[in-house]
Design a protein. Structure first.
Length: 502
């Protein structure tokens, strides 16, 4: 099925109701792996962070990472889940080179957290509740690099390289219940859910949840029901989608693809699929196994996990203000509407603005510079705001210089340009570039006199009552002072000298 054979989105939604299931894997930020003491630090030489346990060598025995269990409980509590009084690990058996033990230590029918929900807010303010089936603990696989092919996938490759540094890193898999009732907004709901979950994970401090680095990735399960039916269709599972935009695109593409297959009399195959960033399409991976194909059985080398209720409540008491609650509080504090708050969230600017306010700026100035000049620079460079070489303290200093009258907005933009170019702090850029506002009344008065003399006709119009013409004289003064005058003060001086009041 190619992109050109897709059914239109509107036609697909007219005939079918989408059903989604989202499985999100979160790589925990622990110092050591889930079942051994090997380091989880990124960037090490391939296969240098391994041991007999994570390589599955005979005679090695696993030990559970206590911080991993604690993180799982925190995630479960934040997702309004019930926390199991007793649960255990299982072996998920499959044979693939990226899992050297030939099984993955996971949880099957006894997860640590279950039966929760997460409320997500869509761009128009509507709140949609996504119900959580479970959140369970497991370990990550190694990394395969397929060499010699055109696509980087195993098909067509001449050989594969295996790095087991990632094998055994703690994962939490969060699985939703079937998401129904979203209709045409299903792709938007999927994106909003993953975005809200990412913010929650970051707020808990259990992972950086950077999707571009694989620290958080989403499998998008999708099926269609004919309108009026209550029976779910056959699902596909698009694996390892690693950006918010891609989650939305994958769901949308699969809705159109499924609909086209069904409308043509075809049958949907239960399979995994690969997502392609370049055109937003998916292609077939492999036929999807059922749970029984993995031959789950309890892990004999690990004792059950039985978190006491006192410990669970102690962890509940440590939970931070959750992202949606925090955003609503900040929105009220800042006096902005839902749309503006959503724009700030989409730009990844919430924490930067908060830090800028904490550094001394008022909320309006902090929002103005992060969402204006700095957002423009970030977009031009294809970077996130947090990747720019300008700190919240720098932005707060620029705002202070504007507030005290040392800079106007035009000069402030030049200061930001200098800081981003690596010319130093805001104060150093001001000094190096000579950017302070001309505040000497004598110098300003002389510039105003010069502008009036050079534009006598305009001055006469102003004296005659056409006060709006003062803008031309203000512009002339600003040109003379290279934009370093206070425009409002210049206007006052011109009107005073011409004997005119507004």
């Amino acid at each position: 099925m190619t992109v050109t054979e897709l059914l239109s989105y509107d036609a697909a939604l007219a005939a079918y109701d989408p059903v989604m299931g989202l499985e999100v894997h979160v790589e925990l930020g622990t110092r050591t792996k889930m079942f051994c003491g090997c380091s989880t630090e990124l960037g090490a030489e391939p296969n240098s962070q391994t041991c007999p346990t994570c390589l599955g060598l005979p005679g090695s025995l696993p030990v559970v990472n206590a911080i991993g269990v604690e993180s799982a409980i925190k995630i479960g509590l934040a997702l309004n889940c019930e926390i199991a009084e007793w649960c255990r690990f299982a072996r998920k058996n499959y044979f693939y080179p990226d899992m050297p033990k030939n099984f993955q230590t996971s949880q099957y029918d006894e997860p640590i957290a279950f039966n929760g929900y997460l409320d997500v807010q869509l761009e128009d303010g509507e709140v949609f509740r996504v119900e959580i089936e479970r959140a369970h603990m497991e370990e990550d696989t190694g990394k395969s690099t397929h060499v010699g092919g055109a696509t980087g996938r195993i098909h067509g490759a001449s050989h594969s390289l295996l790095d087991y540094n990632r094998a055994g890193i703690p994962l939490i898999e969060i699985v939703t219940k079937p998401i129904v009732g979203a209709g045409e907004r299903a792709p938007e709901v999927a994106k909003a859910y993953v975005a809200e979950l990412r913010e929650l994970i970051k707020a808990l401090g259990v992972s950086e949840a950077r999707m571009e680095m694989g620290q958080m990735r989403c499998d998008v399960n999708l099926s269609l029901m004919p309108k009026g039916s209550e029976k779910f269709g056959t699902r596909s599972e698009t694996k390892n989608v690693n950006s918010l935009r891609s989650v939305e695109r994958a769901a949308r593409f699969e809705i159109q693809r499924h609909a086209a297959v069904l409308q043509s009399g075809g049958t949907i195959i239960q399979e995994t699929r690969h997502f392609h960033e370049d055109d937003g399409s998916t292609t077939s991976g492999r036929v999807k196994e059922e749970a029984e194909d993995y031959r789950y059985f309890p892990e004999p080398d690990l004792v059950p996990v039985a978190p006491s209720r006192d410990w669970v409540e102690e962890l509940r008491a440590t939970l931070p203000e959750l992202p949606r609650v925090r955003r609503n509080r900040l929105r009220e504090d800042w006096g902005i509407n839902e749309h503006d708050m959503q724009s700030i969230l989409n730009a990844g600017a919430v924490d930067l603005i908060v830090a800028t306010i904490e550094a001394g700026a008022d909320s309006a100035a902090a929002r103005k510079w992060w969402m204006g000049e700095l957002a423009r620079n970030a977009n031009e460079q294809g970077k996130g705001l947090d990747e720019l070489p300008m700190t919240p303290a720098d932005v707060a200093r620029v705002a202070a210089l504007v507030a005290e009258g040392s800079l106007n907005d035009k000069l402030a933009r030049q200061v930001i340009e200098g800081v981003l170019a690596g010319e130093g702090t805001p104060d150093e850029v001001v000094d190096k570039r000579g950017l302070k506002v001309v505040s000497d009344e004598g110098a300003l008065g002389a510039a105003v006199d010069e502008a009036i003399a050079a534009n006598a006709g305009i001055a006469d119009k102003i004296r005659g009552g056409k006060v709006a013409a003062v803008g031309a004289l203000v512009g002339a003064v600003m040109k003379t002072t290279r934009g370093q005058a206070d425009a409002a003060r210049v206007k006052e001086l011109i009107l005073e000298k011409l004997g005119v009041s507004e």
